[in-house]
Design a protein around this ligand. Structure first.
Ligand code: F6R
Length: 637
């Protein structure tokens, strides 16, 4: 058993958990650097197996830093990349070859003859021979010394999708529909994502002498836990890494959060019980034995590894009542605090009233999806609600929407001006021409992006109108990192930070709502969250921070578990309907094709389902039965 502590007893391969992806990447880069230097000193080469995608970007940045600042040379390094999309030339913006050049190869002294990436242009009929040649090249180089991996949500490593065998070698494969959907944003639409790829096999990967799999963000947490804790199975290819003599999963806290030692620590050893862990355990127990909290008995606790919790905080009836009251006190119809009421047991303070509330929305629909009902309540209860849209969201607008908007602008201009073209009309005409000249995978021009951003602005305004938030309180920051960036490759800088800090200084909020702190660090939401956090840290001495609270909301796809909720805002059936009507205003974000698969639900359906599910969870715990609930966690300022 590779576990190095009792709490890791369910882990079938070694896991290392770091505070964040940067720290983890620094550690792995240091390890690679040591290997490269050791081999260089012995006059030998080292063979690295490399991955693409958002996960290893930080690792490559660290290696480049070591090259620039500490003279790390890659002259003795030979590289083999895991995979490449079939059909893409190396110059294509989404080709893995180009990705590697831009993210790593172009910045270090790696000899180009030492670089190997499968060719996406190999004709189908020649793929088998080309794949065999790739395997032979790896063998001729002496085999892979150090293999870097990421993991896909299907559990793929490389592009070895479920069903890949342990023995599989480099070959042409068909991509899973979830993998294609995850790549849809990069390719500006799922239809543009290639259907096939060339990938090293699981067997090729297992032949590497050392394997390090990296994973960041909570979207990977579930698949990581399965790969680490479930028996190996071909239906989850990453689990086939179990049993390799030198394999580790290097994780940030969010990606590790579904491992038993973090999620249900009481099942794998003694727990230092505090108020929070007791609440999590009791909520879990109530769900597991399907009894409301107040009906749990001593045997339920002792039979589920919580005898020590009873000894410390029991007996059951006392613990139950305490947890029940804690959960009960999270519920409030007054998310901004109830004026002139005793607030001892309320999640939010009564005064000041009204409050200045600042909602940060990474893209222009995150606010409504995550907290549309609460937004409306806050406005109805007289608070001054300002919403700051951090990015324009223009990367997520389909061309067809932009074409319609350009046509509309032309028509409006035409009917208003007769034959004299206004500047707005000329702009629309140019965008129209640019859209028509654009091939499906071309990047948008700056003017197309501007028009797409305006579409999202107006959808956001419509959604806020539906939520009764006055237009003069809305801020569109259009942060520059997003405007010049691409998905997964955003590089925020001081201008972004200053823009966020300026809104805080202007609004001087009593309440802040934000999201994204557990996301994959390369996502828009996580980049935005880090900017908000940095701006808050920078403004820590500002007088307004003394009377301000931070509340964290969540996307509908990953709602808070009731044990994590500090404020639960119930929505009546009518309020839920109004929220969905507000979500509907984000028309460009509606699916372009009808979808039957529930896992491909539309955003409004996901929001509806998740708010109803939270309400059902509260009901099952023995609390009041509401139609829907939006949950928030209190954050540290
Ligand atoms: C990339 C690769 C894939 C990715 C995986 C995760 O070369 O082989 O297995 O590692 O799809 O992608 P990201 O890192 O973008 O989440």
């Amino acid at each position: 058993m590779p576990a190095n502590s009792e709490s890791q007893q369910r882990e079938r391969l070694l896991t290392e958990v770091y505070a964040d992806a940067d720290e983890a990447s620094r550690q792995v880069a240091g390890e690679i650097a040591a290997l490269v230097r050791e081999r260089a000193a012995a006059g030998r080469t080292v063979v690295l197996g490399l991955a693409t995608g958002s996960t290893p970007v930080r690792l490559y940045r660290q290696l480049i830093r070591l090259h620039r600042e500490e003279g790390l040379s890659f002259a003795n390094v030979v590289t083999f990349n895991l995979d490449e999309y079939h059909g893409l030339p190396p110059t294509h913006p989404e080709s893995y070859r180009r990705f590697m050049q831009e993210q790593f190869f172009d910045h270090v002294d790696l000899p180009s003859a030492n670089i190997h990436v499968p060719s996406g242009l190999t004709p189908r009929g020649e793929a088998f021979a080309a794949c065999q040649a790739y395997e032979k090249a790896i063998a001729d180089a002496g085999g892979i010394d150090f293999q870097v991996l990421g993991i896909g949500r299907t559990g793929h490593v490389g592009f070895n999708e479920p069903g890949s065998t342990r023995e599989s070698r480099t070959r042409l494969v068909t991509l899973d529909s979830l993998t294609r959907r995850d790549a849809a944003r990069d390719f500006l639409g799922e239809a543009n994502v290639p259907r096939h790829a060339i990938t090293m096999g699981v067997g090729t990967i297992l032949s590497a002498r050392r394997i390090v799999l990296l994973a960041w963000g909570e979207s990977k947490a579930s698949v990581v836990a399965q790969a680490v804790e479930q028996p190996p199975t071909e239906s989850l290819p990453a689990s086939l890494l179990q049993g390799h003599a030198d394999v580790r999963f290097v994780l940030d806290r969010a990606a590790a959060s579904e491992l038993t030692r973090f999620k249900h620590p009481w099942l794998v050893g003694p727990v230092k019980w505090d108020a929070l862990s007791a609440r999590r355990a009791v909520v879990w127990l109530s769900r597991t034995v399907r009894k409301p909290v107040l009906k749990l008995v001593d045997e339920d606790f002792t039979e589920h590894g919580m005898a020590d919790l009873l000894t410390e905080q029991g007996p059951a009836y006392r613990l139950n009542i305490r947890i029940f009251n804690e959960l009960q006190h999270t519920i409030t119809g007054w998310p901004g605090g109830k004026p002139n009421a005793d607030d001892t047991h309320r999640p939010e303070r009564a005064s000041p009233h009204p409050k200045r509330v600042l909602v940060f929305s990474p893209e222009p629909s995150d606010d409504i999806l995550g907290m549309g009902g609460t937004l409306r309540r806050l406005a109805d209860q007289g608070h001054e609600v300002a919403v700051a849209y951090l990015t324009s969201g223009n990367l997520a607008v389909p061309d067809e929407e932009a074409l319609m908007a350009a046509d509309l602008a032309l028509d409006v201009g035409h009917s208003a001006n007769g034959t004299d073209a206004s500047p707005a009309e000329s702009f629309a005409a140019r965008v129209r021409a640019q859209l028509q000249a654009k091939a499906p995978l071309d990047q948008d021009t700056e003017e197309i992006r501007r028009l797409k951003g305006l579409i999202r602005r107006n959808e956001a305004r419509a959604a806020l109108r539906a939520s009764r938030i006055p237009g003069d309180r809305v801020r569109f920051l259009d942060l520059p990192f997003y405007e010049r960036g691409r998905y997964r490759q955003f590089c925020p800088d001081v201008a972004d930070l200053e823009a966020v800090a300026a809104v805080l200084a202007e609004i001087r909020p009593h309440q802040i709502f934000a999201t994204g702190h557990l996301d994959d660090p390369s996502s828009v939401a996580a980049v935005c969250w880090n900017l908000v956090r940095e701006a808050l840290t920078g403004g820590r001495n500002a007088p307004w921070t003394e009377d301000c609270r931070l509340w964290l909301y969540r996307p509908p796809t990953r709602p808070w578990n009731p044990a994590e909720i500090d404020m639960a805002v119930p929505l009546s059936p009518t309020e839920l309907t109004l929220k969905i009507q507000a979500i509907y205003q984000h028309k460009s974000q509606r699916s372009q094709t009808p979808v039957a698969d529930v896992s491909l639900q539309e955003a409004w359906q996901q929001a509806d389902a998740s708010n109803r599910a939270t309400a059902r969870d509260y009901d099952a715990l023995g609390l009041a039965e509401y139609a829907a609930i939006e949950g928030f966690q209190r954050g540290a300022l």
